[in-house]
Structure formats: C-alpha cells, structure tokens
Design a protein around this ligand. Sequence first.
Ligand code: AMP
Ligand code: ZN
Ligand code: FE
Ligand code: FE
Length: 280
Amino acid sequence: MRIDLHVHTTASDGLLEPEALVNSVVRAKIQVFSVTDHDTVDALPQVETLASAAGLILVPGIELSAYWHKKEFHILGYFFDRTDEDLQAFLRQMREDRRTRLQAMLNRLWAMGVKVDGDDVMALAKNGNVGRPHLARTLVRQGCVLSTDEAFERYLGEDRPAYVRRPEVEVQEAIRIIHAAGGVASLAHPGLHNRDQAIPDFVAAGLDGIEVYHAKHTHGQMAHYRKLADRHRLLVTGGSDFHGGVDSEHGSAPGLPCLPEPDYVRLCALAEVRGVATPK
Ligand code: AMP
Ligand code: ZN
Ligand code: FE
Ligand code: FE
C-alpha cells in the first residue's frame, strides 16, 4: 500500500486546488493520504468527497505552526474531528491573527518604498489564511523580486526587515488542541530544524509521533529519527510535504517518500484506542 500523510492544497500555501491535488495523488498511485494544510481544515470537506469518488482513503489532517522557546515547529494532527468547536474557534483566531500580521508586514514594505496591494495578496490566499508565501508570490508578480526565494532573502525571512512574527501558539498548546479534538499529534520534519533538544519537552506534553519520512530528510536522518522514535516510544509518520510544484523545501510529487504500511497500521491502532473511527 502506498501512503502519504503530508500534502497541501490552496487552502493554505499549496499550488493545487483539491481536485488537481487528488488527481496527482491518483497519478502517484497512492491509496491512503492526508491533506495537512497549515492551520486550516477548509479543504477537507471537498477533498473527502473527491477522495471517496476516486476510491482513496483520506486521513483528516492539519499542520499547526507552533513555538517552543521562540523557535517555530510544525505539529501534524491526524484522525481528529474536524468539526470540533474548540478546534474551529482556535483556527478562526489564527486566521484573524494572520490577516493582522499581513497588514503589519505591508506597512513595513511600504515604509521601504515597496508598495504592495494587500488585496492582491489576499486574492492569492483564497480563503484568507494568508502567509508569507502569498506575499512572496505577489512580490514576484509585481516585479519587485525575481523569485520567491529572493523575496524571503531580501524581505520576509526571519531576520529580514519586513518579517513580523505571528502571535505564538506554544507547541504544548497545539498538541493539546489536537488531542482535545480526538486526534494524534506528530512532530513534522524534525530534520529541517536540527533542534532535537526540544523533543523531550514535546514528549512530556503528550506528543504521539514523529515524522521520520519526509522529502527533505536524508537516509541518515530517517534512520536517526526512527531510533529516536523507538527511544521515546513515539509512532512514526511520513509523507512528501508536496505543495503542488517543485521548490527547495518540499517534495516534488505525492509519495516521495511514502510511509511504510506497518507504521500506518500502528497509527490507526492508536487512533482507534482514542475512540476515533479511522477512515476505511
Ligand atoms: P508563514 O506561516 O506565513 O510565516 O510562512 C511560512 C512558510 O513560508 C513556510 O511554511 C514555508 O513554506 C515558507 N518559507 C519560509 N521560509 C522560506 C524561505 N526562506 N524560502 C521559501 N519559502 C519559505
Ligand atoms: Zn507550506
Ligand atoms: Fe512544515
Ligand atoms: Fe507541510
């Protein structure tokens, strides 16, 4: 069985609408997948319908941005109830915070003489879950920079002049929200951070799993994180982090890499123990 538990759509910063995304999942011969958009579940109802029509199993997913000692981490949630009231309220607040933050970043750009129209940025962020990638793409479109990479290098990167932090949700809080909605929480792409010293704190907060398989993990990193998972008794998750195109941070197609089936079976077993019906 081919399994990919990490792909994105236009509901966050992916380039593909749900329909095109599901088509590319089918082309990659995936049978089980999870759409894990950043801080939103907005694509899930439509993807559910498309997945079931295509005979695919869809695991409900999300990728929450969260912080530990001011450093950003991404926490994946799986098998939760996407209609959970507290989860929905939390996500509405996050979206509001992102809009406020966009305005602050635009103000900084204007002060530097880079006049970007906020409406153009919001038009790219179809459902309002706006982030730096949308702003970067707008800067490219307007000819201010030649590439999104240049937009981050000059303006939007963490130490660059137009960067504004978002209100920080703690990793512990992100794990709590996922658990309260009945889900399983996994640390995304730990190999991209090299901050393993944080992991014991996350385990203490109830982290269930760790993303061993990721497009940008080397074989050495995969082996390292599998050992670490064993040591902390964490489950193993994985996927391509496909965003619909080819870029330096993410997988270039669904299924690169896949999650081995035995790891998926263990995840389902935990979800069932939690009382969540796993999708069949
Ligand atoms: P935000 O959540 O709005 O702060 O945007 C974070 C997203 O921007 C990340 O998930 C990446 O997809 C993207 N990103 C961050 N840093 C870079 C970079 N240096 N080059 C390209 N994309 C980046
Ligand atoms: Zn992303
Ligand atoms: Fe991520
Ligand atoms: Fe991702």
